[in-house]
Design a protein around this ligand. Structure first.
Ligand code: 5GP
Ligand code: ZN
Length: 112
């Protein structure tokens, strides 16, 4: 995807603070963190949102979810963390390349 910001980060055309990378997944720090630790876990291959995923994405989605506690632990979130996927404009999604937010640390996150 030519103009997608996160695809540009994957291709190295835009800088990011990387936290993890493998053949399928890239993890980097959110540019506007809402907590002391705020990571974005993305597939390297472009998929616009969770609503655009199908059975072919099952393993990828499992991989992203299972990476969340590992990366949270590695970033010192011993008390826990929150995961979030915004989907579509109605769900508050601003970047239309699927991403899993993982954040926490500092003050206790308000209950939602
Ligand atoms: P969304 O609202 O789509 O779920 O979240 C998009 C997130 O991407 C936001 O938290 C925003 O701060 C982050 N973001 C937007 N542009 C960039 C960027 O160029 N680099 C990084 N690291 N994060 C970004
Ligand atoms: Zn993309």
């Amino acid at each position: 995807m030519e103009d997608c910001i996160f695809c540009k980060i994957v291709r190295g055309e835009l800088p990011s603070r990387k936290a993890y990378e493998d053949e399928d997944v890239l993890v980097f720090h959110d540019i506007h963190p809402i907590a002391p630790v705020h990571l974005l876990l993305i597939p390297k291959a472009h998929v616009a949102s969770l609503a655009d995923c199908g059975p072919a994405h099952q393993a990828l989605l499992g991989k992203l979810l299972l990476l969340a506690p590992r990366l949270a632990r590695e970033h010192g979130l011993t008390e826990g963390f929150r995961t979030m996927i915004n989907t579509g404009r109605g769900g508050g999604q601003e970047i239309f390349h699927l991403h899993l937010h993982v954040f926490g640390g500092g003050e206790r996150i308000p209950k939602i």
